[in-house]
Ligand binder design. Structure first.
Ligand SMILES: [Zn+2]
Length: 476
């Protein structure tokens, strides 16, 4: 069976106010405290579009290589549901702001795959139904009217594997974060993904009936959901049954999908242009301005790190996987840091410490100036890379600069060749028997001498230099 996955992603836009009124946008808080007659859908109110939301959608569409509809409009999508006080949602149907674009995902073998994007449009979010602690149900309209961007992949779908579905979402979320248009918090529902999944036999070009999955709030659940749903559908077909066009929920704990409702068709929504909102005539010059102002996007950044800075695909991927990490890395370079050395620090002990402490990179007491200082101490031979680990740990604790820590503690590496040669010769004289073993062919005893020198210098000897000197003295 071949699996086909279409992705519908809803992203709440990071504006200060709602889409058609001035109510603030936020997460949590007392229910129904960020509402007004407009977002409560009271009769006689008029919506006024949020320009920043329109700008964010057009910037996203441009970043996703879309064409922009300069003549656009809002339509009413009619359906009745308690979380939708007007009885319709203001959305876009015939002329979404963006259409016919694509997003590239890495394929793992160093290549990329192009995932077609059918449309990027703007609408308003609904309220939220909730179970009350005292029993019964309530509705919170704080979310009603929050600007919501919908990004839909092309049909026929380009995604044929659960890993690709996950990677698409990872890349898309990263682009939204780079653009600063969405906070990307899946667990808070700011970014919601609804894959639709169908299966068909190998060789068939007729697509199977698709089902849509809801309530997926992590990358993992998207991947697991696609795996589960394609398997379930294949079993239905194998047992002679028929897959129905359903909307299904995802049970995170049981890792299985369940039937929510039989899906509406587009005709059921009776779309028509909202008479309260004038159609848009977007200035082409403004669109070009927005295009020019786009930041460097994650994939382009990653390729630049590989081609211009010589980083590996893996390292470049780690550093660009979050804008804050890429920014931190580039600040280090601006302060004179060497790319590979900074990258090694960031992806190893630095990353491990942040993970252990549960800190975001912005919360780290170790800043770019610390890492640049540290890597310069190591590369100049003042301290060994092993000492560097201790210095970094101390910098995390105190926030002090590595060079201050080294000066204060008297910690420094012995790289003076004549000083070390004297110590090596002393160790060899004191262990004449072991020297004999070496001379009779037991070269493995070399490690013993290196160990003795490190012991005598309390680990401060430059290890590469000690290796060389021990060989030289033993061979002489
Ligand atoms: Zn309002």
């Amino acid at each position: 069976m071949i699996t086909s996955v279409g992705m519908e992603v809803h992203a709440e836009l990071a504006t200060d106010s709602k889409m058609f009124c001035r109510c603030p946008v936020g997460f949590g808080g007392e229910p129904n405290t960020r509402v007004c007659p407009v977002c409560l859908g009271l009769p006689g109110t008029l919506p006024v579009p949020n320009k920043l939301a329109v700008e964010m959608v057009i910037r996203t569409a441009l970043a996703l290589n879309c064409q922009i509809n300069l003549g656009s409009a809002f339509q009413r999508k009619n359906y009745f549901y308690p979380d939708l006080p007007k009885g319709y949602q203001i959305s876009q149907y015939q002329a979404p702001f963006g259409h016919s674009g694509y997003l590239e995902i890495p394929t793992g073998d160093g290549g990329t795959k192009r995932i077609g994007i059918r449309r990027v449009h703007l609408e308003e979010d609904t309220g939220k139904l909730m179970h009350l602690p005292s029993g019964g149900s309530g509705i919170d309209y704080n979310r009603a009217g929050v600007p919501l961007m919908e990004i839909v992949t092309d049909f026929p779908p380009d995604i044929n594997h659960p890993d690709e579905a996950k990677e698409y979402l990872v890349q898309l979320r990263n682009i939204l974060l780079y653009l600063g248009v969405c906070d990307g918090k899946m667990e808070q529902g700011s970014l919601r993904c609804e894959p639709n999944i169908s299966v068909r036999p190998e060789g068939s070009d007729t697509f199977g009936t698709k089902t849509e999955l809801k309530n997926l709030n992590s990358f993992r659940s998207v991947q697991l959901g696609v795996v589960y749903e394609s398997k379930r559908q294949a079993e239905v077909i194998a047992s002679g049954g028929q897959v129905l066009q359903e909307t299904r929920g995802w049970n995170e704990a049981a890792e299985e999908s369940y039937l929510m409702r039989i899906k509406e068709t587009e005709n059921d929504y009776r779309y028509f242009t909202d008479p309260d909102l004038a159609p848009f005539q977007i200035d082409a010059g403004w669109v070009e301005e927005l295009r020019t102002g786009l930041p460097e996007l994650p994939l382009a950044k990653s390729l630049r790190y590989q081609n211009d800075l010589g980083l590996s695909t893996y390292d470049a991927g780690v550093l660009t996987s979050e804008l804050a990490w890429a920014t931190f890395f580039e600040e280090c370079l601006a302060l004179g840091g060497e790319a590979k050395a900074i990258c090694n620090q960031m992806t190893q002990d630095f990353a491990a410490t942040l993970k252990e402490k549960g800190w975001e990179i912005d919360e780290s007491p170790v800043r770019p100036k610390h890492l640049v200082d540290l890597t310069q101490l190591v590369s100049s031979g003042k301290i060994s890379s092993k000492m560097g680990k201790d210095v970094l740990a101390e910098a995390f604790k105190t926030g002090d600069l590595p060079s201050d820590i080294v000066a204060r503690s008297g910690m420094s590496q012995i790289s003076d060749e004549s000083e070390l040669r004297a110590i090596v010769e002393g160790v060899c004289q004191a262990n004449a028997g072991v020297v004999e073993k070496y001379k009779s062919g037991q070269v493995s005893v070399k490690g013993f001498f290196v160990g003795q020198v490190m012991k005598q210098t309390q680990g401060r000897a430059n290890p590469d230099l000690v290796q060389r000197l021990v060989t030289e003295v033993l061979e002489s």
